[in-house]
Design a binder for this molecule. Structure first.
Ligand code: EAX
Length: 334
């Protein structure tokens, strides 16, 4: 029910926003078109996505002499990640920055990034993502009307819970863990003997508070900006079991309709903001364990080899769905 209400609210909000802004294009007095790009995220206003998008907004304004105005909508204001993908696909919202996992039900090419421990060396993974294979994966969204510009950083994901310190893979057994809506993430937590509970991010804080779920997994930046300890998440384990790239997406028809100079300015601004956001996120990630400790969260280090071993069967389960050429290239590059 809550989900229906939030979808309705998002729809009403989108409708009124479109009505106020007069769509994405408006003519100015001197004949130069002006463009509005609204970008939705599920993350908090002080989070790494929005910090990076603020860079994008400034750079685009600078490179287009103010002809493109970017408006940012954090905290699931325009809907959850699935709503955002659908919205960008049909053009009811111009853009979004979202984790890659929910995209895997729209294009199987994205499943690759959901595999446990598939990314261990981030610099090498950036090379893969910015290179030919990464571009091929981004282009796989074009048939559904999405122009994906680049791989930004969400980060390495760690498990938190309200019950006990988790050190060994078997410590997760029996716990209800919220996952993103990715078949591989769900299968991975099944493999560990937990009860995976897929859910949109916007519903997680309340579900933790109410005890509908015992735990969740996310990068430190998401855990910290959402203050999950206030929802009873007393334990964090530095598992780093998945890496989430964040994908910057725009409506393709809209992007294609822009004059060449506007397109170039957007691509340049996106590339620069992406590099900025990756560096910002990596620096921040290093500082946040202390912030969690200061807020009473108990931090557990794990032996990653045990987790890699425990999650190996997931690779076999998804062998036919994963693009093996991409997988080989990604692993060889690291
Ligand atoms: O993309 O849903 C999640 O756990 C994501 O990490 C979050 O929405 C940011």
């Amino acid at each position: 029910m809550k989900k229906i209400i939030s979808i309705l609210l998002a729809a009403i909000m989108l409708f009124s926003l479109t009505a106020c802004s007069g769509g994405d294009k408006k003519a100015s007095g001197n004949g130069d078109e002006k463009y509005v790009i609204r970008i939705g995220t599920t993350t908090e206003p002080d989070g790494h996505y929005i910090k990076g998008l603020e860079q994008f907004k400034e750079k685009v304004a600078e490179y287009t002499d103010g002809r493109v105005e970017v408006r940012l909508y954090p905290s699931s204001q325009l809907g959850n990640e699935r709503d955002l993908i659908e919205g960008v696909s049909v053009g009811t919202v111009e853009g979004a920055l979202i984790s890659s996992a929910p995209l895997s039900t729209f294009s199987q090419d994205f499943l690759l990034f959901d595999l446990p421990f598939v990314i261990t060396d981030i610099e090498a993974a950036y090379e893969f993502m910015d290179g030919e294979y990464g571009q091929e994966i981004l282009a796989s969204l074009e048939p559904i009307g999405i122009k994906a510009l680049g791989f930004w950083e969400n980060g390495f994901r760690h498990v938190t819970n309200n019950t006990r310190p988790i050190e060994k893979p078997e410590d997760v057994k029996g716990l209800k863990i919220r996952t993103m809506e990715s078949p591989i993430h769900i299968a991975s937590f099944e493999e560990l003997g937990s009860i995976p509970t897929p859910m949109a991010w916007g519903e997680v804080f309340t579900a933790l508070q109410q005890g509908t779920i015992d735990g969740q997994e996310n990068p430190l930046m998401i855990i910290e900006t959402n203050k999950l300890w206030e929802a009873g998440q007393k334990y964090i384990s530095l598992t780093g079991h998945f890496y989430s790239p964040a994908i910057f997406i725009l409506n393709k028809n809209l992007f294609d309709s822009y004059p060449e100079d506007i397109k170039e300015a957007i691509l340049k601004a996106e590339e620069e903001a992406r590099q900025w956001e990756r560096e910002y996120s990596q620096e921040l990630d290093k500082e946040l364990i202390q912030v969690l400790i200061d807020n009473g969260v108990e931090v557990t280090e794990v032996n990653k080899d045990e987790w890699i071993e425990a999650l190996k069967p997931v690779y076999d389960r998804f062998e036919n769905e994963i693009n093996q050429e991409h997988l080989k290239a990604l692993l060889e590059n690291q």
